[in-house]
Write a protein that binds this ligand. Sequence first.
Ligand code: UDP
Length: 237
Amino acid sequence: MSLKYRRVMLKLSGETLMGNQQYGIDPQMLVYYTQQIRGLVDMGVEVAVVIGGGNIFRGLSAAESGVERTQGDYMGMLATVINGMALQSMMETHGVFTRLISAIEMQQIAEPYIRRRAVRHLEKGRVVIFSAGTGNPYFTTDTAAALRANEIKADVLLKGTRVDGIYTADPEKDPTATKYEKLSFKEAMIKGLRILDQAAFALCDDNNLPVIVFDINNPDNLKKIIYGEAVGTLVTN
Ligand code: UDP
């Protein structure tokens, strides 16, 4: 079977890393992600990952309780580095070659971001984990994923979530909600559907980068997506 996507950007939220815990990192989730990513590497897919930090720290929530916003955002970015280190470690334990890159320089633990170097790692079959978001406050890791995906010329941005796509309403609250199989960026905007935050959305829309929102907890989904099967919701121009 031929591969529909050869280079992918996988956005994993920090929240899903918690598993059933209230906080932090569930090692079982690390193993699960490792197996999922390994499956793609074994298929010959080049995999870049952007990992969130919401399981540890979010700048905006902290600002509500008095932590200065930008300071909190940098703390959130550091949280993504912790998650990135954990994922890297688990992947290497399972024999997957990885490189951890940080958008904020901390050379003892991660490579600085140099675009051409990151692309070279991908070409050599290494999984590249982008941490520290964009390196700038007031952004999110969705935007980091959209930005890096465009920079490395990924074929698609895969947003792994707890729900299996984009619905007419929140399926966890409204039982009548129905799922969209396909959607254009324009329709999503008109309907006010939140797929990514606005900056990320604009980056994907402006640069024709398709986005697939899918259920990361279904172990068959990623492979199906790579083979071009309809999984989750596909958003294109
Ligand atoms: N963050 C930031 N700039 C970025 C990416 C992230 O300031 O480019 C901060 C922000 O405070 C955010 C936190 O890092 O709340 C964690 O990232 P995010 O909320 O995107 O994680 P996720 O929701 O994916 O777990």
